[in-house]
Design a protein around this ligand. Structure first.
Ligand code: HEC
Length: 118
């Protein structure tokens, strides 16, 4: 009986997994290249040409470093993209994208960002 329950739970867990990875990293990469790379750098390393101009004092976060990205929850990443840096007491140079991108697009960006740190 216990074995059956465990197998059932496992089956549910496996079938639920794809639904949780809501964002599409490939779609996110496209949006990223258009709207974010000028500041965050081509590969998310925090070295975009505009960031150096607009915010020379910032120490940009390198999204390819797992140690660094572990400190960021999904919610924090979504929040700063949606509300902008100022609203979350980060840099006001980080613009809010809540009115410009849909929630699904922001989830795509999150998936893309998460795919960088491995
Ligand atoms: C005008 C420049 C600019 C643009 C464009 C921009 N950002 Fe930012 N962003 C910043 C700055 C400045 C910070 C705060 C400190 C830092 O990382 O340098 C920041 C911070 C962040 C953070 C928190 C982690 C971190 O690196 O500090 C995330 C996540 C983020 N931005 C995502 C995005 C996404 C996604 C886009 C595109 C939809 C985007 N940003 C576009 C300037 C920008």
């Amino acid at each position: 009986m216990l074995g059956l329950i465990l197998m059932l739970l496992l089956a549910i867990a496996v079938s639920v997994e794809p639904a949780r990875a809501a964002g599409d990293a490939a779609a996110g990469a496209k949006i990223y290249a258009e709207r974010c790379a000028r500041c965050h750098g081509k590969n998310g390393e925090g070295n975009g040409p505009d960031l150096e101009k607009l915010h020379p004092t910032s120490s940009p976060v390198n999204w390819t470093r797992p140690v660094v990205m572990k400190q960021w929850s999904d919610k924090e990443i979504v929040d700063i993209i949606t509300k902008g840096g100022k609203a979350v007491r980060s840099s006001p140079v980080m613009p809010p994208f809540g009115g410009k991108l849909t929630e699904a697009q922001i989830q795509d960006l999150l998936a893309f960002i998460r795919s960088l740190a491995k």
